[in-house]
Design a protein around this ligand. Structure first.
Ligand SMILES: [Zn+2]
Ligand SMILES: [Zn+2]
Length: 236
């Protein structure tokens, strides 16, 4: 399902001539709030209980995304790609962005799977955290490919590759289930980077209060999700 959301995000760019940019910005903001709450209130505490040096893995996870998306990749940011001049200078930038975002989406799968390996409630929370940023993620990928002069088909295909990378992350984790503590701590670092260093800067580009407040809507949504699980008795 998370992988499919990548494809839907890509389809928004490739099939519609005019998309509702503000709608996507709200999604992005909700995702950022939810992911930060899940990382600080669930992922880091759960990994501290499981392994020593959990914070070291959090730090490695954080910088892993920094290397993949912003060091290997010459030009990358979330949201619509509106700098075609960057693409002219370096024609490979579309594929570099695909590689960078692909490494990040592999961890989206690892995140969901390590959650479910520990407990169903954690798996559910991490699934929602990943799902909420998948639409803008697929959208970003397809829009980079179009800006780099690739066809609509290639743009949709790139979003599809992100979908497959997500599933590959889940499969990888099922092979490495003995390292679930380390995987969760790495995933926490990845989640913090994606939320605080990829999504929040896009939120801050928006004028007005709405999108900025939607970040707190994401935190609230996290609280609601935890409360629902408490009420139906599947928390912990
Ligand atoms: Zn750009
Ligand atoms: Zn992602």
């Amino acid at each position: 399902m998370a992988g499919l959301a990548d494809l839907v995000g890509g389809a928004i760019v490739t099939t519609r001539r005019r998309w509702d940019r503000v709608f996507l910005q709200y999604f992005l903001a909700l995702g950022a709030g939810f992911m930060l709450a899940a990382a600080f209130l669930r992922m880091v505490p759960e990994s501290l209980e499981r392994i020593s040096h959990a914070y070291l893995f959090v730090l490695i996870g954080y910088f892993f995304v920094h290397v993949a998306e912003h060091t290997l990749t010459p030009h990358f940011h979330f949201g619509e790609e509106i700098h075609p001049e960057e693409m002219l200078v370096k024609p490979a930038v579309g594929y570099m962005a695909l590689l960078g975002l692909g490494l990040h989406t592999l961890f989206d799968g690892v995140t969901i799977a390590s959650g479910f390996l520990i407990s169903r409630p954690l798996g559910f929370i991490l699934f929602v955290a990943v799902l909420l940023h998948k639409l803008p993620e697929g959208f970003t990928m397809a829009s980079v490919m179009l800006a780099a002069g690739r066809s609509r088909r290639a743009a949709l295909l790139a979003s599809g590759i992100l979908a497959l990378a997500t599933v590959a992350g889940v499969l990888l984790m099922s092979l490495l289930s003995g390292y679930v503590g380390q995987a969760l701590a790495l995933s926490a670092g990845v989640t913090i980077y994606v939320a605080a260093s990829d999504l929040i800067p896009e939120v801050n580009k928006e004028k007005g209060w709405g999108v900025a407040l939607a970040v707190f809507g994401g935190v609230l949504l996290y609280y609601v999700a935890e409360s629902i699980m408490e009420v139906v008795g599947i928390a912990h």
